[in-house]
Design a binder for this molecule. Structure first.
Ligand SMILES: Cc1ncc(COP(=O)(O)O)c(C=O)c1O
Length: 344
């Protein structure tokens, strides 16, 4: 039997058909490269409707967007306060440190979130030359643990960050899922609340590739065109990223895709909760489901359905959904898990 990989990551899904069509429609004639084409201009106009008066730069990868945004705001003796579970801290192979020379100041995470008390704690190091100078706070929305910061939590983090002379970065690899779940626009949960820099995700939302580095704080963008090139994120045929963003945001495609992914996670959560011996370890808030399953059952089912074991000690697994998740695959997984649970 072929292994089902849909729950492994939202990166395992293909591309939204509408995005495929947009790529194809872009595929004619000649244009200027490196972002000096018409589609890039049009796409930025479309994004401005969602982001307001922000500066937008197209990037290749989420890691690249995060790293280049850190480089735009920090000097090598400065650092980024982030929860220990942050993608920049655990899943970017040290790229932020290697390419920016800045230290990540990771602190204990609470359900994937940053407690603002740690910002104040690091603020005590300001001005002491023996300590890395904290200049940025980075939070992910949605978080790597599938949780959401509330509007009040983001505002409070932004307030404390700015009060201490620091910048707020948001890793928005899954910001469409977050905005959809919160019933808000992207701007309402980022720039409007004091986020200075946003890594705006496209890939997990249903694009083939492409992310955007967004400057709500435009002063920080002054040297960004050089930084993007040096960090190898300037795609020559950049019009294909632009075409995808334009299509994603020119109507509510982003919302429909995120809404489906989130709804599928809610359904998966319901199905798992109903299985004797399986418990949801976190409330599904976006497109991630975390469940505790007895190890002997994990060992059987993981051979048929791919997923991450998130916490080995707790036998906690992570199951992701996407725009492409089908109800029938959730049913197949839940039915099979229920069957396996009867044998363990
Ligand atoms: C929270 C978060 N940030 C950023 C990224 C971007 O990763 P990549 O560099 O693979 O595009 C991911 C992808 O898994 C992610 O989950």
């Amino acid at each position: 039997m072929k292994m089902y990989l849909g729950f492994f990551s939202d990166n395992c899904a293909g591309v939204l058909p509408e995005i495929m069509e947009a790529i194809s429609a872009e595929n004619s004639g000649f244009t200027r490269p490196y972002g000096y084409d018409h589609t890039t201009g049009e796409s930025k106009e479309v994004l401005r409707e969602h982001l307001g008066d922000a500066e937008v730069n197209f990037m290749l990868t989420g890691t690249g967007a995060n790293v280049a945004l850190i480089a735009a705001a920090l000097k090598p003796f400065q650092g980024v306060i982030c929860p220990e579970t942050a993608h920049i801290n655990v899943d970017e192979c040290g790229a932020p440190e290697r390419f920016t020379s800045c230290k990540l100041l990771s602190v204990p995470a609470e359900n994937g979130k940053l407690n603002p008390k740690y910002i104040t704690k690091f603020a005590h190091n300001v001005g002491f030359e023996h300590n890395v100078q904290p200049v940025m706070v980075s939070i992910s929305q949605a978080t790597e643990a599938g949780s959401l910061y509330t509007v009040d939590e983001i505002s409070e983090i932004a307030r404390i960050t700015h009060e201490n002379g620091m910048y707020l970065h948001m890793d928005g690899a899954r910001i469409t899922n977050a905005a959809c779940a919160m019933g808000k626009t992207i701007k309402e949960i980022s720039g409007d609340l004091g986020v200075d820099l946003l890594s705006l995700g496209g890939t997990k939302a249903g694009m083939m590739f492409g992310e955007a580095a967004v400057f709500f704080n435009k002063e920080l963008a002054a040297d960004f065109k050089y930084i993007r090139k040096q960090s190898m994120q300037l795609l020559s045929k950049s019009r294909y990223i632009a075409a995808q963003f334009k299509r994603m945001f020119e109507d509510d495609l982003w919302l429909k895709a995120a809404g489906h992914a989130n709804a599928m996670a809610a359904y998966l959560g319901e199905r798992l909760e109903a299985i004797n011996g399986v418990t949801l370890s976190r409330k599904p808030e976006v497109n991630a489901v975390f469940a505790q399953i007895p190890r002997s059952a994990i060992d059987v089912i993981i051979k048929e359905f791919g997923f991450y074991i998130w916490n080995e000690e707790l036998n906690e697994v992570r199951l992701m959904t996407s725009f492409a998740t089908e109800k029938k695959d959730i049913d197949a997984f839940a039915d099979r898990l229920a069957e396996v649970m009867k044998t363990v």
